[in-house]
Design a protein around this ligand. Structure first.
Ligand code: NAP
Length: 265
């Protein structure tokens, strides 16, 4: 993938950081964003040192339209092109309906769905001019395997999955292909927050909630960020350009009903 350019959102930590590193290891120059400047620049510095690629750190809050536009413009100016867009910056509050306020719902769609829409609106015209592009949307398996413990992430995910498939149908003529990646639980700070919400709603100790997700996964463990990053790197490569207008789960075969039944036991 030498000489290609990628934009990865939400890449100072977690899955996004692992994706930026994995792409850079394959020879890709990467522009990354997140809200907090210090951890973002630290991540960019570490990835650049390890891979010898150009890594550009651009602070941006993708809940703000103006920041999303500035991120894409600055990243384009710095790298000169964009072959790959990885929409990854997303967060949505876990919990059951009774605990979710109007603000939680608005916040959930504002980043996890509208953040993706905003970046796409500015990146797609560039890819159209280039005559080629690849979009990988990090979504989540709650969108296809619903769980009432994660009803807000599930709704935001379903919207993102619909967006991915719809745009694939429209932009194929421009040689731009789209794929959604649906992780189950992945060991990150965000996952820790979702387990906190589960413990609160189930009224069980934190350790009990922690054991629940692995029990719903036949492989008996949650994923590591690098496992998701490896899949995204393959999908972002030319080897997978024809994997278009579809979704891929990476969740160890998780069965959500096992989590939902827990409450009634
Ligand atoms: N972890 C899981 O179990 C899991 C499961 C399924 C799907 N996913 C999806 O995978 C993606 C990555 O999740 P993760 O667990 O790796 O998250 P994470 O560890 O919480 O990292 C989130 C990253 O996004 C940045 N970010 C947060 N809010 C932002 C905003 N408003 N604008 C720009 N950047 C922002 C964070 O930096 P700042 O805080 O400095 O902005 C950080 O770099 C998300 O879309 C998530 O929904 C995760």
């Amino acid at each position: 993938m030498n000489g290609k350019a990628a934009f990865v959102t939400g890449a100072s930590a977690g899955i996004g950081r692992a994706i930026a590193l994995a792409l850079a290891r394959e020879g890709v120059d990467v522009a990354i964003c997140a809200r907090r400047k210090e951890p973002l620049e630290a991540a960019a510095g570490q990835i650049a040192r390890e891979t010898n690629r150009k890594i550009v750190a651009i602070p941006a809050d993708l809940t703000k339209p103006v920041d999303a536009e500035a991120f894409v413009n600055e990243a384009h100016a710095a790298l000169g092109r964009v072959d790959i867009l990885v929409n990854n910056a997303g967060s949505s509050p876990g919990g059951i309906l009774e605990f979710l306020t109007e603000e939680h719902w608005a916040q959930s769609l504002q980043l996890k769905f509208m953040g993706y829409v905003r970046c796409l609106r500015h990146v797609l015209p560039i890819m159209q001019k280039q005559g080629r592009g690849r979009v990988v949307n990090l979504i989540g398996n709650d969108g296809v395997k619903p769980s009432y413990w994660e009803i807000a992430p599930g709704a935001a995910n379903a919207a993102g999955q619909n967006l991915t498939l719809s745009l694939a149908a429209q932009y194929g003529k421009d040689n731009i292909s789209f794929v959604a990646v649906n992780p189950g639980p992945v060991r990150t700070e965000r996952w820790a927050g979702l387990v906190d919400a589960m413990a609160r709603d189930m009224k069980v100790p934190r350790e009990e909630a922690d054991r629940l997700a692995p029990r719903s996964i036949p492989l008996g463990r949650i994923a590591e960020c690098e496992e998701v990053a490896n899949l995204v790197t393959y999908l972002a490569s030319d080897l997978a350009h024809f994997v278009n207008g579809t979704m891929i789960e990476i969740d160890g075969g998780q069965q959500k009903p096992l989590m939902d039944r827990f409450r009634d036991r």
